[in-house]
Design a protein around this ligand. Structure first.
Ligand code: C5P
Length: 232
């Protein structure tokens, strides 16, 4: 499986995304579409970006009863996305149902990745709000193992957790890692960060990079820098 840089297209409107993608004349970056853009612009945004030749990670983080997730995944699969995700907290049966829904009649399907514990959840919140009393990293690894047991392709995690996920779940189990910043760049609201180069060293399979590319003075140059450090 080839390593790639996925650009988080966190723009509020279709116009802004296309204005951004139009900057890329030579390459067709892999893009991540999140809830804001999908709910605002509708499923057509996926079809249009796909038509322009980009690969798409649709980041909608599904979590519901197995049958509902299965039906929803069938719709996402027909949108021809390349990667989508769900919450591992929905249980192994929910993840198995999701895979079933995602698999097309010809046996092909988008990659399916699980969110373990959101990076916004602290140990304290997990214990007090969710009554989960195990250490956070143990919970993350347990959810990753559940995702693997259900047949999923990998997890979204911090680049700093990628190595451990590979040790626990095998090197072919994908790690998709946000929280990437260039050396000397603006950290913003991310806390546990790493550079593209370091993410490569640790063994991330895909890095998700938003503002260091989308807010750069020259987004194409920033994208090329990320590719040069992470992929090449
Ligand atoms: O702009 P930035 O590089 O921080 O964007 C990272 C992207 O990855 C955003 O779309 C953010 O929502 C997403 N993400 C994250 N941390 C997670 C899961 C998703 O930053 N744990």
């Amino acid at each position: 499986m080839g390593k790639d840089v996925i650009i988080a297209c966190d723009f509020p409107s279709k116009e802004r995304v296309f204005e951004f993608l139009d900057l890329f004349k030579e390459e067709k970056p892999y893009v991540k579409i999140g809830m804001e853009l999908f709910y605002g612009a509708g499923p057509d945004i996926v079809r249009e970006i796909k038509r322009r030749g980009h690969k798409i990670f649709l980041d909608l983080k599904l979590h519901d009863i197995p049958n509902t997730v299965k039906s929803a995944m069938r719709v996402l699969s027909s949108l021809d996305v390349d990667m989508c995700n769900l919450h591992a907290a929905g249980t192994i049966s929910m993840m198995e149902a999701a895979l079933e829904g995602l698999t097309r009649p010809d046996g092909t399907r988008p990659l399916l990745i699980a969110v373990t514990q959101l990076t916004s959840t602290s140990q304290e919140r997990m214990e007090e709000d969710l009554l989960i009393h195990e250490p956070l990293d143990k919970v993350v690894m347990h959810y990753a193992e559940n995702a693997k047991r259900a047949g999923l392709d990998g997890v979204v995690c911090s680049p700093l957790e990628a190595e451990k996920v590979h040790t626990v779940c095998g090197k072919d189990f994908l790690t998709v890692t946000p929280g990437v910043r260039f050396a000397g760049g603006d950290v913003g609201d991310q806390v546990r960060i790493t550079t593209p180069e370091k993410a490569k060293e640790i063994g991330s399979d895909y890095i998700v990079v938003g503002r260091p590319i989308t807010a750069a003075a020259d987004p194409v140059a920033a994208y090329r820098r990320a590719v040069a450090e992470f992929v090449d």
